[in-house]
Design a protein around this ligand. Structure first.
Ligand code: WTA
Length: 630
């Protein structure tokens, strides 16, 4: 490929990588997708199974409530499993798993299909059908994937709650989604300890009204409370008649809701992002195939958690749609020693590793000797997601883990986008720290307050100017908020909430969130969730949370707390408050630091000005203070 001279440090793809890649010429593919956008996506959709073909690829008649593949009927779970059963993939390994304690399980496509059908039958016996919500709260175990696919098979809507969240976070999500059934594991192993997920769920259920039945998957075997008439062991249900393994698939309209995934946004409670069967299926399928250059013989490992969008799109749905073999690992990367991941890569011959900058930085800290003790030569491609990757970590990942041979796919996307949006492909020249350019066909921009495109290398707001198939369809139960939050700032365009700059080569560099979202170790949290947890403590009158740069976590949470009259701000109380947030929201939300203060900077309308707190903590200029009241 003839390359014009590019600015900055550039890593060119090797001839070998280009020759073998699905996409050898990115510009050509992009040109094709730009010129015939709907045709491009229709061609991808054709590669999947539709019970009835669509009449229209994109319906823009009710913006911003876009519809894709209108009139078509399909089912994503059918495309993940059934379609492979009539081919040789029937016997192919779909999923294999290792527990933190060394347990091992594996499932061929044939076997996985049976397990999913059985789970679907169990849910059916509990009255779950089309449109019903089912909440799933588990560690990283295969049954989590079975449960998601079982819901999809029935046309039910799953809502997975990350296993690192705690009582109040789970309660809120159960209530908002009005879930009929909760699927939970008794516990999960994290760094050698058992996290008592069922215990947390019991506490959340005591506050939640809609859940009729609870399916409990045994993972750790520790003693749990089983509420008669409400709680059932999964393995017992499997052995009963409702656990039979034949289950008719629901033929669903392309726009049928597939899942809700709660995520933090600007102000207020977490909101439920809604994705649908048809468009999400086409988007995750095509993006995974092209970006990670999926090959039949690959062993692919996305080390994210299924409880976040990365796990939904690229542990569960995308990989099964492409028919690849994927690996799931339960535990932490450094348990019992910092070579656990490298050992797994060597042991299982992993070809593609997809993880987050925070994990890379955490592993880098232990030095090169740990990975170098292992044969990592099976790796062909690496990936990163969740937050900007600092060039130093990028280069370590490239040099030490990728032996200088594996291109790094730095994928920028969001819960809302469902699929990769800014991403390289293996044939694309890379710059450490940049996700390169938008996925073929997309139109994105970096604009100023007035919506004008900023000059190269200037910072601005990242927006998306064209709908895409895997886009969220709405916020569940709150379409107004969907319109206001994403489509109103620059009418007709999607507001990402990130700031970015674009260099002279058209490469995007993400700077960070410009709203009330804090990315801690790549996990997305909202200031409001942390603040309301603090305020729910009897000693606290008011609280504000901000994110400050942290070497390993990217950002760490710092809180400012006004105590109630007469309460003294002792170190012990600060510690209690940290624990309280951990109990309510989850361990990842525990503040790094708590400052007791007498007042908080507010606007005249009473909104806390977090940006002022942040500037003060960082010792920088707080900018425009004209709206500050005190
Ligand atoms: C951030 C995660 C820089 C960004 C898939 C975005 C990134 C938010 C990257 C969405 C990346 C994600 N480089 N920043 N490669 N990927 N982000 O919804 O701020 O958990 O808006 O989805 O993560 O987080 P979410």
């Amino acid at each position: 490929m003839a390359q014009k001279k590019m600015s900055g440090e550039v890593f060119l793809p090797s001839k070998e990588v280009i020759e073998k890649a699905h996409v050898k010429n990115w510009d050509e593919l992009n040109k094709r997708a730009q010129e015939d956008y709907e045709g491009f996506w229709a061609a991808e959709a054709e590669k999947l199974h539709w019970f009835k073909k669509w009449d229209k690829v994109l319906d823009e008649s009710n913006k911003p409530f876009y519809k894709w593949f209108v009139g078509g009927t399909t089912n994503i779970a059918y495309n993940c499993l059934d379609v492979h059963l009539t081919t040789w993939r029937r016997n192919k390994l779909a999923l294999f798993w290792e527990g933190e304690n060394g347990d091992f399980k594996s499932y061929s496509y044939y076997y996985l299909h049976k397990y999913v059908c059985r789970f679907a039958n169990i849910l059916k016996s509990m009255g779950v059908g089309k449109g019903d919500r089912v909440t799933i709260y588990m560690g990283r175990v295969p049954e989590l994937a079975f449960a998601m696919l079982a819901c999809a098979r029935l046309g039910a809507i799953h809502s997975v709650v990350f296993g690192g969240f705690s009582v109040e976070a789970l309660h809120e999500r159960l209530e908002d989604s009005k879930s009929k059934v909760l699927i939970v594991s008794d516990g999960s192993y994290v760094r050698g300890k058992v996290v008592d997920l069922k215990g947390i769920a019991d506490e959340a259920l005591a506050r939640a009204a809609t859940v009729e039945h609870v399916v409990v998957v045994k993972r750790t075997g520790h003693a749990v409370n089983m509420e008669p008439g409400r709680d059932y062991w999964y393995h017992e249900l499997c052995a009963l008649p409702m656990g039979n393994m034949g289950c008719e698939v629901e033929q669903l309209d392309a726009e049928t809701p597939l899942f809700l995934l709660y995520t933090s946004g600007t102000t207020g409670k977490p909101k439920a992002i809604l994705h649908t069967h048809g468009g999400y299926m086409v988007g995750t399928y095509a993006s995974l195939k092209y970006v990670f250059d999926i090959r039949e013989e690959d062993r692919y490992w996305c080390a994210a958690d299924p409880g976040w969008i990365t796990g939904h799109s690229y542990i569960v749905y995308g990989p099964l749609l492409t028919g690849v073999t994927s690996f799931m690992y339960e535990g932490a990367p450094t348990h019992p020693y910092p070579n656990r991941w490298w050992q797994l890569i060597e042991k299982y011959g992993i070809n593609i590793l997809y993880t987050a900058p925070t994990a890379i930085r955490g592993l880098m800290k232990y030095g090169d000797a740990w990975p170098q003790r292992h044969d990592l030569s099976s790796l062909r491609l690496l990936g990163t997601v969740g937050e900007p990757i600092n060039p130093e970590a990028w280069k370590w990942y490239h040099r030490v883990i990728g032996r200088g041979k594996c291109p790094i796919m730095d994928t920028w996307w969001q819960t809302e986008t469902g699929m990769f949006m800014i991403t390289p492909m293996p044939c694309v020249p890379l710059k450490p720290g940049s996700g390169t350019r938008p996925f073929p066909g997309l139109i994105m921009d970096v604009v100023n307050e007035d919506g004008e495109t900023v000059k190269p290398n200037e910072e601005g707001f990242l927006i998306i100017k064209r709908p895409w198939p895997a886009m969220m369809r709405t916020i569940y139960n709150d379409p107004e908020r969907y319109v206001n939050q994403y489509w109103s700032r620059y009418p007709g365009y999607y507001l990402t909430g990130d700031s970015a700059r674009r260099d002279e080569d058209g490469y995007y560099w993400i700077i960070g969130r410009v709203d009330d979202v804090i990315k801690v170790s790549g996990y997305r949290l909202g200031t409001a969730e942390i603040e309301s947890a603090l305020v729910s403590h009897t000693s606290v009158a008011e609280a504000a949370a901000i994110g400050l740069p942290h070497e390993l976590k990217g950002n760490a949470i710092h809180c400012f707390v006004i105590l109630k009259e007469g309460v003294e701000g002792t170190p012990q109380l600060a510690d209690d408050l940290r624990k309280h947030v951990g109990h309510e929201v989850g361990p990842i939300a525990k503040p790094e630091h708590i400052d007791f203060v007498k007042s908080l900077p507010k606007t005249r309308s009473g909104k806390i000005m977090r940006r002022v707190l942040k500037a003060k903590a960082l010792g920088i200029d707080p900018g425009n203070l004209s709206t500050l009241e005190e």
